[in-house]
Design a protein around this ligand. Structure first.
Ligand SMILES: [Zn+2]
Length: 351
């Protein structure tokens, strides 16, 4: 009974949230509809949290409970999607009238293009690694489960493999997917090349996230890998510390925190001292004085073995940099949607 009340409260709450949207501010309407979607049927929505309570429900009551939640979920989705459709219509009409062409006006000069901020950051990163003798390689965006997970030591029951997080390709029998990390490219290089290996691989990656200020179903990573005799954690620290200085200035400090990734052992998360406050603590770093920049680690021996490289002879390190994240830090961008919307007013600032 309690649960029923809670579920119907969520439905009412969603309904109220839809009604509360001010449709007069047409320009920001698409963003606000995205936010609604993320809140009410994103991965961490309240209704999904209720699903998780299923295990506490007596088995005999589960079918009825499941139906109740499903019905509520469908009701919310239908409401928000039909609201979105009417908003799309509004936005379209607004744009059509705003972009109406007055043929009596004199012509406008063509706007000169510029490199996209993501391209600028990717170039900054690749130029740095090329100067250190790294090779740039490319990998396919449609990957197999083997390259994206299995060869990277990610077990079959790992949460990242969940269809909620990864885009599997229909009809691919779970074998094909849109790569969720550029790390997949490492394996292809190690299979085809014997050490010494020094490579980076920048590119697009995909995860099943609802769009909001900090999430996008497509984003960009740059993967790096070094394998040779006698490679140690010191090499990793040296290169990444120098990278942070190249990106954020000579006075930047780095720190390495223990972390976990299936394909590296030990794994670290690398923070840079906050560029804005120099480590004293400010709004940009949420008072911490440090900003998380990338993940890295020593290549797991199992991964080397999977690729036919003898871990008794060779060792290596790998790192993955979020290109979008670095772009946001470099240019003070706090809503990553602007990176994908191709609004000329935003883009021309980078000329
Ligand atoms: Zn700060």
């Amino acid at each position: 009974m309690e649960m029923e009340k809670e579920i119907s409260a969520i439905v009412t709450d969603a309904e109220n949230a839809v009604r509360a949207v001010d449709v007069k501010d047409v320009e920001t309407l698409p963003h606000r509809v995205d936010d609604l979607k993320a809140k009410y049927f994103g991965k961490n929505s309240e209704i999904n949290n209720i699903y998780r309570l299923m295990k506490d429900v007596a088995p005999v009551d589960r079918p009825a409970f499941g139906k109740l939640v499903n019905d509520a979920k469908r009701q919310i989705e239908d409401r928000i999607l039909s609201f979105q459709a009417s908003c799309d219509e509004l936005v379209l009409r607004f744009r059509l009238s705003a972009e109406q062409i007055d043929i009596t006006l004199p012509g406008r000069g063509a706007v000169k293009g510029a490199l996209h901020p993501l391209t600028l950051t990717r170039n900054l990163l690749t130029d740095y690694f090329i100067s250190l003798g790294f090779e740039v390689t490319d990998g396919p965006e449609i990957e197999t489960d083997y390259y994206n997970f299995e060869a990277l030591n990610t077990p079959a029951d790992h949460p990242a493999r969940d269809a909620q997080d990864t885009f599997y390709i229909e009809g691919g029998e779970g074998k094909f997917l849109l790569r969720s990390q550029t790390s997949a490219a490492q394996i292809r290089v190690m299979e085809n090349k014997k050490p010494p290996i020094k490579m980076i691989s920048p590119g697009r990656v995909y995860r099943a996230d609802e769009v909001d200020a900090t999430h996008s179903p497509v984003f960009h990573q740059l993967e790096g890998l070094v394998v040779d005799k006698g490679i140690t954690m010191c090499d990793l620290k040296g290169i990444l510390d120098a990278l942070a200085k190249r990106l954020f200035g000579e006075s930047v400090k780095t720190r390495f925190r223990p972390s976990f990734f299936p394909f590296t052992e030990p794994s670290v998360e690398v923070d840079a001292s906050c560029v804005k406050c120099g480590g004293a603590g400010c709004k940009a770093c949420r008072g911490a004085g440090w900003i998380e920049v990338l993940g890295a680690g020593m290549v797991n021996r199992a991964v080397l073995r999977n690729c036919g490289i003898d871990p008794a002879v060779y060792s290596g390190f790998a790192f993955g940099v979020g290109i979008d994240r670095i772009t946001n830090l470099l240019y003070g961008i706090n809503d990553m949607r602007v990176l994908f919307e191709n609004d000329v007013r935003f883009l021309k600032q980078f000329r």
